[in-house]
Ligand binder design. Structure first.
Ligand code: AMP
Length: 446
């Protein structure tokens, strides 16, 4: 029950109005600490209810006698425009019975209109780092009185190259009393560095979304012989599964475009989202998906970041994601707030070991599914190790010379090992690993 939290009655009224009954695990863990004013580092993904976990405590702090607004008192930084828009919406829903005003500053919007909004000084500013800095440089923004700073999806902000911008903005809030950093993954050295710089004695809450995935979403794998066969399986699934909306993930822009082309040719209402698409395309894709004009979205990881679409009940990993965290992130798009979801990963020979590493990471075994109509020849490795990975086929010894040659030829292959989840650092902004790092055969269209 939300009444367990020491929240202002007007906030509890908004929570009731929104029909939130039980706090999610991240809310239960973070809200009491945030209300105490603690710095927090929270590992939780989009879909976990993390927005309310920081929005409610911020609002609670800002509640009080109505006063003439003179300062921006809280700033929420996010990596993408859509995420910022969604957060603003959530903020407005929770603040509907208060006088607290929020403002949005993101790229792609009119600079002067934003400057006019800033002149009215909102209590809370929600935005992306690049445009906030531009407004700051233009002298339109004063963050000196900011009390609470939130860095949401901090890992992705770093991935997107916002590290310097974020640091600069953090430096513009020298009088802050509380900083909360949220990330979907545990992140790498860049994130650790940022945490050390911006948080003071933080409480680390690790809300592993893994168990959440297990509850609402069935997770299956279907083996396939090659990419063309994967396309046949995909067609079967789209034609035969029951779903309201589906998202298909690929690891490359080229594969996303290729699948999108195939779907459109079959007259599916589909959209494609990847790093080459501009903000207008992204907004159109998301709006049409939300309104139901589009049923299928083909996307790469970064493009789908922060997507929160009702009725998204099927996720298909055409390519296996490169890490367990990415898998959780993708599959977390479905089965939200207790709804049923289906996640299907298509697994070729080259995807097997990666898939089994992800199973181990999640501490669960995916359901093996065979579809008679599109069954291929590959059904998984003949033999697997205790780890679930394929047992390699030993080559017969011939003579010492050829053995030596083989050893030389084999070494770099082992180093490449694309079958192991890769740290985020290896993944480019579009989720596209450098080609030379990949062992899995590149998709035909690349
Ligand atoms: P978020 O992870 O903050 O993006 O939230 C994902 C979705 O879950 C949003 O649509 C929220 O409105 C919704 N949500 C958050 N907390 C709750 C809750 N306690 N009960 C029901 N829905 C929630």
């Amino acid at each position: 029950m939300f009444s367990q939290f020491a929240l202002h009655e007007r906030l509890l009224k908004a929570v009731a109005e929104l029909k939130f009954v039980e706090p999610t695990p991240v809310q239960a863990a973070a809200i009491p600490l945030a209300l105490q004013g603690r710095d927090l580092r929270v590992t939780a993904q989009t879909g976990s209810g993390k927005t309310a976990a920081f929005v409610l405590p911020i609002l609670n702090r800002l509640m009080g006698p109505a006063q003439v607004r003179v300062d921006i008192r809280a700033v929420i930084l996010l990596p993408t425009r859509e995420l910022a828009q969604q957060t603003l919406k959530e903020f407005e829903r929770f603040s509907q019975f208060t006088f607290i005003k929020s403002g949005l500053i993101t790229g792609g919007e009119d600079f002067k209109v934003q400057a006019a909004m800033l002149r009215k000084v909102p209590d809370v500013l929600i935005g992306t780092p690049g445009r906030l800095l531009e407004q700051l440089n233009a002298g339109n923004l004063d963050l000196k009185k900011v009390e609470v700073l939130v860095l949401d999806e901090a890992d992705r902000m770093l991935d997107m190259g916002f590290s310097e911008d974020v640091e600069r903005l953090v430096g513009e809030c020298p009088n802050r009393e509380q900083t909360m950093l949220f990330s979907a993954t545990t992140g790498g050295a860049g994130l650790r560095d940022m945490i050390a710089k911006v948080l003071k004695d933080p409480q680390h809450l690790q809300l592993n979304s893994v168990s959440e995935l297990a509850s609402g979403t069935r997770q299956q794998i279907i083996t396939a012989d090659h990419n063309v066969h994967k396309e046949q399986v995909l067609n079967w699934l789209l034609a035969n599964e029951t779903y309201q909306k589906a998202i298909i993930f690929t690891n490359t822009k080229a594969m996303a475009d290729r699948l999108y082309g195939r779907l459109v040719a079959q007259e599916y209402k589909a959209f494609v989202l990847h790093g080459d698409k501009d903000q207008k395309d992204r907004k159109a894709a998301i709006d049409r998906l939300k309104q139901g004009g589009v049923k299928i979205l083909v996307a790469t990881d970064v493009a789908a970041r922060g997507l929160d679409v009702d009725g998204l009940d099927m996720v298909i990993n055409f390519d296996m994601p490169r890490s367990g965290d990415d898998y959780v992130h993708r599959v977390g798009r479905t089965g939200r707030a207790g709804a049923e979801g289906l996640a299907i990963s298509l697994i070729c020979h080259g995807d097997w070991n990666l898939m089994s590493s992800i199973e181990r990471y999640l501490k669960q075994k995916f359901e093996r599914r065979v579809i008679k109509e599109v069954k291929g020849t590959y059904g998984g490795p003949k033999k697997v190790k205790a780890s679930g990975k394929a047992v390699g086929v030993k080559k017969k010894k011939t003579d010492a010379k050829s053995d030596k040659k083989k050893a030389v030829a084999k070494a770099p292959t082992r180093r490449k090992s694309a079958n192991r989840p890769k740290p985020d650092a290896l993944v480019s902004q579009d989720g596209l690993a450098p080609l030379k790092k990949r062992k899995t055969p590149a998709p035909a269209a690349e």
